[in-house]
Design a protein around this ligand. Sequence first.
Ligand code: HEM
Length: 513
Amino acid sequence: MELAAVFTDPFVLSCTILCLLLHLALRSLRPTSASGRRLPPGPSGIPLLGALPLVGPAPHTGLAALARKHGPVMYLKMGTCGVVVASSPSAARTFLKALDARFANRPAVASAADITYGCQNMVFANYGPKWKLMRKLASVHLLGARAVADWSRVRRDEAGRAVRGIAEAAEAGRSVVVPELLVCALANIVGQITVSKRVFDAQGDESNSYKEMIVSLLTGTGLFNISDFVPALSWMDLQGVQAKLRRVHTQFDGLITKLLAEHAATAEDRAREGRLDFVDKLRASKDDEDGETITEINIKGLIFDMFTAGTDTSSIIVEWAMAEMMKNPSIMARAQEEMDRVVGRDRRLEESDIAGLPYLQAVCKEAMRLHPSTPLSLPHFSFEECEVDGYRVPASTRLLVNIWAIGRDPDAWEDPLEFRPERFLSGPAAKVDPMGNYFELIPFGAGRRICAGKLAGMVFVQYFLGTLVHAFEWRLPDGEEKVDMAETFGLALPKAVPLRAVVTPRLVPAAYA
Ligand code: HEM
């Protein structure tokens, strides 16, 4: 028989498919033991998919339930991939501190590669010289403490525009949709500091469709996509996730390409006026002493990171904090009373006021504890085999840190399900900050892959939440009695129903000018 005929022969084809399925099924069963040490405890799976179906549509809650049964360090076989899940502060400390270097990679995930120019960005880059250079340049020119302080004027300006827009809505008797106005403001900040461009003139259809793009990207990449766990089946794209992500990516790439073309056309003006933005600075310092360099694709990848990782994440936390405060009016009143005392009602809140507002800071921490914007963080991937609590964790294992479960761990938090900012004012939690040093509260992750934008994220959340709560009274629209607190799972964890509210100004009229 000729070779071509062999592959079209129905019998040979059926046998090949059967062998492939059998091979996948065997690989997906939980390996028992090897090299004398056992794998960490975890559920057994079913052939082919392993434990994937046990995780359910909201993996952060599904994995938390499994961890209650199997323990805070749990090993699952999902499809053909080994996954270890850390679900307690001490398990997170083990993986993100003691074993940080070994788990510093990202897994090769088809759905991420599709939208990140083949992982040429910082968020999905493997741990190595290119990632280090991107991270260093982003820190020096955009996200480090000095850089974040340098662009406070941009944040002040966008917060002012947001406040004016809300005041106009109030005057016209219109309600406002909190996440829409926040994402519009944050995207405009990111646009200005990266490519000197406000991306949306005002909140409206254009900014709302941008938000939809980000939501689709975060939802799509966060989904437990069968193709990512059984790569041999990825060509079938069984859930249609990749096709959708590729469509949204084409749209997003169109936006970035347009921004970069406009940016190139105005480069000389910026150089003459000495007002260089992130992309200008990246191009001027793109090579390191070891010969590593940032390409134009990396620049696109970094812009993509800043818009996706930098907008919805912060806005989700502010929205949840507002929702919790509207649900608990005494918390809203206490925050407003603190701001009236420290800031007064004659002007808007400034970033420099935040240091004197401990209750506002506590509200932000409490929102990050109960509603972390990336509940399973981002996946890490191990370089080599290691030992954890006497168990063997093989090389090439994916690590998921269940930040959501850790924030609700009853061994770490008293009354963990209650929204109680006071817990951060006195007692054991008073010293806890969310910047990666206290493993019971790690909304930004921890270790060397900790969120590169944690300082910016913290300022966004505190400043925008403070500004909105100080400048307006917030209530639900007529006819709505309860704040809907349901979540939608993706890579991020937004409210299922966007928070809509009716507002009344509470400062002197000049503060809204
Ligand atoms: C409150 C807001 C934010 C939260 C809760 C948050 C959370 C996170 C988390 C959990 C990670 C993964 C950490 C890990 O892999 O262990 C991450 C990574 C990242 N975040 Fe954020 N983030 C926020 C805001 C921002 C902002 C404002 C930016 C940039 C403008 C940003 C840029 C990034 C980047 C570039 C990474 C990838 C870092 C790397 O892989 O080396 N984030 N973030």
